[in-house]
Ligand binder design. Sequence first.
Ligand code: C2O
Ligand code: CU
Length: 538
Amino acid sequence: MSRPAMSRRRFLGIGGAAVLGAGAVAAGSPYLEGMLKQGQPGLLLRSAAPLPRPYQVRLPRPQVLAPTRSDATADYYEITQRPALLRILPGLDTEAWTYQGSYPGPTLVSRSGRRTVVTHRNQLPQPTVVHLHGGHTPTASDGYPTQLVHPAGTGGGAGAMAGMAGMAGMAGMSGGAGGMAAMDSGDGSSRRTYTYPVDQRAATLWYHDHRMGFTGPHVWRGLAGFHLVTDDEEASLPLPRGERDLPLMISDRSFAADGSFAYPALDGSEVTPGVTTPYMNGVLGDTVLVNGAPWPVLDADRARYRLRILNASNARRYRLALDPQPPGGGGLVQIGSDGGLLAAPVAHDSIDVAPAERFDVVVDFSRYPAGTRVRLVNRLGSGGTAEVMRFDVGGGAVADDSRIPAGLSTIAALDPSRAAATRTFLFQKSDSGWTINGHGYRPGRSLATPRLGTTEVWRFVSDFHHPVHLHLNHFQVVSRNGADPGPFDGGWKDTVDVQPAEAVEIAVRFEDYAGRFMLHCHNLEHEDMAMMADFTTR
Ligand code: C2O
Ligand code: CU
């Protein structure tokens, strides 16, 4: 059913075999050069609705979800996925698909070592899948993209059909009809319970939809929230806490004239995955939201704040900087990455954040004179997308007993010279979609079968911007194009910003859970258009 739509797609720019190694950019491609200059993978979708001027609304803080019950070893939560009308733009309602009625969804907070059990109910019109991004999670609860939670009231019937159709579309895209045997379209139920051992260190994780072929439109409509993990080590540090520990979910969106989210889906009924041809590199919104509000303002004390920055955009990359910089620069002091605390703080003037990456930073607003208005800007944007949010630094003296210790944590370096295997993965556009090693995604086909308890080196080679994400285990970046890792590669990572014509090596130790997990590009348009693969631990 999706084949005619697929064959209509004529891909722009570089062809299938453009890049076989770092440096082999298709020279002279105006398309690729444009992308390189822009630093952005995608095309701007302009809103038809009138947009507000920046800095008119307060920064919201997502609610923390209370457990419905707790016992000696576990906390139990319930989340209903449902449509909700949100007031994002002045005077217009936006119908969102939400976790529990809000965007971002409610924040979950887990203590490391305590099991977190989350039951999701789906009251949305389409099947969904929940993935805890950065979670060290057994395969049954990891949100395999065909483990569907069906819409309530369909009894698995219509929902299952829709899921099947999406599957068939993907199989067609990858040029094979196989893989169906590996399909698990869920048990037909409109609830699913995900069990997270949370046997992992403190970190800023997030949960989001992961339905095969339709993750992009689902996340765009609002299916994303924070899941913070705390532990004793982090709790013992004198970092900013309480009101001054702020998760910041940054996402770009565009709006139709009636205020609804605009998204260039090929097929709004969710049979055929993907977006229309011009947007196939990624969908860029013209409105920057932080915690769901457009260009918000925080009244900040002259004190240190911990900002847990998450780029929850489908495709957009940000180069975040404070404007003005504090005297002496280095205003963004990074203390953590995707997988938790760094060994030691790193001061940056600006930070590049690819989709799904997290940067935990401390900003000391006492370095600014009282009354300063400090903008968080995006140096990869222009016009509205160059602005993110503003901190209005207050006047009065405030108490602040926080500090950034010179040593934060210990990170044992993985030794790439002792890798049990080295594998190369090519992330490329092909005539039929986005591929890894020439394959579009097919459930059940593993591109690697690492052994638990071993370390491997994985080498990601790209034609374009691809934020590459691994489920199950965090990794360490070993090299970029044969040289040292970049300034934003430090610490434990689960997503790495692979840029055009780069080769990035990571070291990863596979631990604890045997089964099928995902390796994919976190540009959600690339992911939906098949830049995803299984790997199977054994
Ligand atoms: Cu954040 Cu497999 O995704
Ligand atoms: Cu990609």
